[in-house]
Design a protein around this ligand. Structure first.
Ligand SMILES: [Zn+2]
Ligand SMILES: [Zn+2]
Length: 245
């Protein structure tokens, strides 16, 4: 994990919700890593566009009112990735402006970040079961926001910490995105993963290709991951997954 920014470059602190993977089994509908995918009735389990494998659920959570996020309470976020293909997301990075409709499907065909509106969810019986199904919990916390400078020492933007969390200023290392969803909604910070975030795998599961660990899978090759979502929730696929390192 990156060293915290020097005190002199911190500009403020702000509330976030820090995530922890508990050593306790997830049960039906819990916020979880691993376990079955919980999907709206009739919504097809996502499959890899390269090898057609059903994708592995990595993170699933319910958005709660107390998080103070600009999404409807009761919405469900689900992050999926192919059990084999795990290279980074490569969306076209628009720092400003508006994404075309195609951004929802052209960020990569081997992963999916879906934000479903509140409703009925059922467990999918498709999909691999590589990961230990463990409870994911969130605790109120705060993070420091620091300025990022270029080689000339000029401030280029602000960045949050590199942690596993909900909300807060993203960990913008090399760039920052303020572009809008195709519908005109704001792409708002939802979930953040630090570099080499591990997801404990079942002991009997084969080691993930290119993982940094034989005991854990990584998501999108262990990059720093930022998931933004349209604050109008115009479509479950109206999310933007960004990798940085
Ligand atoms: Zn695949
Ligand atoms: Zn939208």
């Amino acid at each position: 994990m990156s060293a915290p920014p020097p005190e002199s470059e911190r500009v403020r602190t702000e509330p976030v919700w820090r995530a922890a993977i508990e050593d306790a089994p997830a049960v039906a509908g819990d916020d979880a890593v691993g376990g079955p995918a919980w999907l709206p009735p009739g919504f097809a389990h996502p499959r890899c566009g390269r090898c057609d494998a059903a994708m592995q659920p990595f993170v699933q959570l319910t958005v709660r009112e107390e998080y103070g996020l600009p999404f409807a309470a009761g919405s469900r976020l689900a992050l999926f990735m192919c059990p084999t293909h795990n290279d980074p997301a490569e969306p076209e990075i628009l720092e400003t402006g508006r994404y075309p409709e195609s951004y929802r499907t052209e960020q990569g065909d081997h992963f999916a970040a879906l934000l479903f509106p509140p409703g009925d969810f059922r467990p999918s019986d498709a999909g691999p079961d590589r990961l230990r199904p463990l409870r994911l919990t969130f605790a109120r916390g705060e993070q420091s926001v620091a300025v990022v400078k270029n080689a000339a020492g000029e401030v280029v933007h602000e960045s949050g910490e590199e942690t596993f969390r909900l909300g807060g200023t993203p960990c913008w290392i090399n760039y920052r995105v303020t572009a809008e969803c195709a519908c005109g909604g704001r792409l708002a910070p939802l979930l953040a993963l630090p570099e080499n975030q591990g997801f404990p795998k079942r002991p009997e599961t084969a080691t993930q290709p290119d993982s940094f660990s034989s005991d854990e899978d990584c998501y999108l090759l262990g990059n720093v991951v930022t998931v933004l979502a349209c604050d109008r929730q115009c479509d479950p696929r109206s999310t933007l997954t960004l990798c940085d390192n």
